[in-house]
Write a protein that binds this ligand. Structure first.
Ligand code: F6P
Length: 322
């Protein structure tokens, strides 16, 4: 079978709910169009080690509703080195494959670009709960993670109200406050701390006290992990306000669980689009969700400078939490 009839797919970096729906779409649409589709296990690490298996229609049965990734994932330092990149490309070429769909974040897209330099046609599908990839309005997994945060905070709220306490809740986002901002706005957090926006803990503490004096019986402060050390933030707030608080770190529960309907839907659309652009003969493409549509853009778009932080949502959240 010729090169133009074969394509592989892998997941890389942090897993995200909805990745399975994207894998399923790549496999099923590929087979529908008479392609041989291969799954690469354990991300780029598995690729370097030749963990490549042909997928059948049944390989992706009963997975759309499951979190995680059936192909497993890994972070792979070897892919930063030229030797690793060449080895990874060669593993595909040896099997007569010269096309690869990479589902992951921008680090994974960098790996894809390196493979393109070694003769592989590459297609990037943005999959990360962080929603931090330039060139797409949304990434697979973000919606589910936000829903997970909202559900968890509504439970925290019950105990916070009973004890009339402030809770400082840490959500994921090492470099990006997208989860914190969207979930904070959705749950009506009193304050939202993001890596993108400087904050003043004295002001936040004053606001906390104003709220309690006005009769509020609980307070929720959402902190993105990249905004600072949660324990130091909590300690300072206690010191400034004289008010007891509790810390909850939501951690990796945000990466797990069944995908939301939207993430399964987005996974299906993006996986399908990747096969569509493969059949059109394109390469170095990223699949993007832009203006409510799934479109193809040059993969290098993901490495363009980030757009300046959009204060609209942040300001609204502040206005609603007076
Ligand atoms: O998936 C993205 C992300 O969740 C970040 O928000 C977080 O900092 C990081 O991955 C942690 O991932 P790991 O524990 O797998 O290194």
């Amino acid at each position: 079978m010729s090169f133009d009839k074969k394509i592989a797919v892998l997941t890389s970096g942090g897993d995200a709910p909805g990745m399975n729906a994207a894998i399923r779409a790549v496999v099923r649409k590929g087979i529908y169009h008479d392609l041989k589709v291969y799954g690469v296990y354990h991300g780029f690490e598995g690729l370097i080690n030749g963990e490549i298996q042909e997928m059948q229609l049944g390989s992706v049965a009963d997975i759309v509703h499951r979190g995680g990734t059936i192909l497993k994932t890994a972070r792979c330092p070897e892919m930063y080195e030229e030797a690793g990149q060449k080895k990874a490309a060669q593993q595909l070429l040896d099997k007569g494959i010269n096309a690869l769909v990479v589902i992951g974040g921008d680090g994974s897209f960098r790996g894809a670009l390196a493979l393109a330099k070694n003769g592989i046609r590459v297609f990037g599908i943005p999959g990360t709960i962080d929603n931090d990839i330039t060139g797409t309005d949304l990434t697979i997994g973000f919606d589910t993670a936000v829903n997970t945060v909202v559900e968890a905070v509504s439970k925290i709220r019950d105990t916070a109200t009973s004890h009339e306490r402030a809770f400082i809740v840490e959500v994921m986002g090492r470099n990006c406050g997208a989860i914190a901002l969207r979930s904070g706005l959705a749950i009506g957090a009193e304050s939202i701390l993001l890596p993108e926006v400087p904050f003043d803990l004295q002001e936040i503490s004053d606001k906390l006290l104003r709220g309690f004096r006005r009769g509020k019986n609980h307070s929720i402060i959402i902190v993105a992990e990249g905004a600072g050390n949660i324990w130091e933030i909590a300690e300072k707030l206690k010191e400034y306000s004289g008010f007891d608080n509790r810390v909850t770190i939501l951690g990796h529960i945000q990466r797990g669980g069944s995908p939301s309907a939207f993430d399964s839907f987005l996974g299906a659309l993006m996986g399908g689009k990747a096969i569509e652009v493969f059949l059109e003969g394109k390469s170095e493409v990223m699949i993007s969700f832009s203006n409510n549509d799934v479109i193809a853009k040059p993969l290098k778009t993901a490495f363009e400078p980030k757009e300046p932080f959009n204060y609209k949502l942040y300001d609204l959240a502040s206005e609603l939490a007076i």
